[in-house]
Design a protein around this ligand. Structure first.
Ligand code: GRF
Length: 212
C-alpha cells in the first residue's frame, strides 16, 4: 500500500475526496501526513477530525523560500511517502523539492492546461469567453503548471456563469479525477515517457467530459 503525503493551504475539499476514495477502496493507499502552511486551514481541522497525522509549517517564519522548502522536504520525507499530493497548496516549490520527488509529485490545477496556468483561472476563462473549461492533474516539474498531464476533466461554460458557479462546476470534477489519478499511481499503472503519461493495464479514460 502506497504512503501518501497531502499538502494543503486551505479548504481541503480535494483532501476530503481523496480520503473518501481511500475509504471506498478506489485508492489503495494511506495518508501518512497532511501538511499545511496555514495553521487555520479548514482542511487541517477536517484531517484532525479524521484522526490523520497533521503538520503545520508556517512559511512566514522562514527567511527564504529555500529555507522553508528545505524544512518542508525534511518534514515530508520523515513520513517516507511514496507519493506527494498537492491539494490546493498555494506555494511554488523549489527545484530541490521538485527534483527530490520526480514522478512522485502530483498537482491539480483548475484549468484545462496548457490554457490558464497560474491564478484566477475561472475569472480568466470567463474573460476569454472559452466555452469549455475544466481541470488537470499533472506531475509537477520545475516549471509551474507545465508537467506531464495525467487526466483532464472538461465542463461547459454556461452563458450565465459567474466565477463562483464556474468554480464549483469545476470543483465537482476535480473531486472525481484527482482520486482516479492517485488510484492509478497507487496501482503502479502510470508510465511517463517523453513528457507524456500513459495508463497501463486495462482501459483507462484519461478524460472526463461532463455535458450539462
Ligand atoms: C482547487 O481548485 C485546486 O484545483 C487548486 O486549489 C483548489 C483547492 O481546493 N489547486 P481545496 O482546498 O481542495 O478545496
Amino acid at each position: 500500500m502506497k504512503r501518501i503525503a497531502v499538502l494543503i493551504s486551505g479548504r481541503g475539499s480535494n483532501l476530503q475526496a481523496i480520503v473518501n476514495a481511500i475509504e471506498s477502496g478506489l485508492i489503495d493507499g494511506e495518508i501518512v501526513v497532511v501538511l499545511s502552511n496555514h495553521e487555520d486551514a479548514a482542511g487541517l481541522s477536517y484531517a484532525s477530525q479524521r484522526s490523520l497525522t497533521t503538520v503545520v509549517l508556517d512559511h512566514r517564519t522562514y527567511s527564504s523560500r529555500e529555507a522553508f522548502d528545505a524544512e518542508l522536504l525534511r518534514r515530508v520525507e520523515s513520513f517516507r511517502p511514496d507519493l506527494v499530493v498537492l491539494a490546493g497548496f498555494m506555494r511554488i516549490l523549489t527545484r530541490e523539492f521538485v527534483a527530490h520527488y520526480t514522478n512522485r509529485l502530483l498537482n491539480i490545477h483548475p484549468s484545462l492546461l496548457p490554457a490558464f496556468p497560474g491564478l484566477h483561472t475561472h475569472r480568466r476563462a470567463l474573460q476569454a469567453g472559452v466555452k469549455l473549461h475544466g481541470c488537470t492533474v499533472h506531475f509537477v516539474t520545475t516549471e509551474v503548471d507545465v508537467g506531464p498531464i495525467l487526466i483532464q476533466a472538461a465542463v461547459p461554460v454556461l452563458p450565465k456563469d459567474d466565477e463562483s458557479q464556474l468554480a464549483s462546476r469545476v470543483l465537482r470534477v476535480e473531486h472525481r479525477i484527482y482520486p482516479q489519478a492517485i488510484s492509478w499511481f497507487c496501482e503502479d499503472r502510470l508510465v511517463i515517457k517523453d513528457g507524456l503519461v500513459r495508463v497501463s493495464g486495462e482501459h483507462a479514460e484519461q478524460v472526463l467530459f461532463i455535458h450539462h
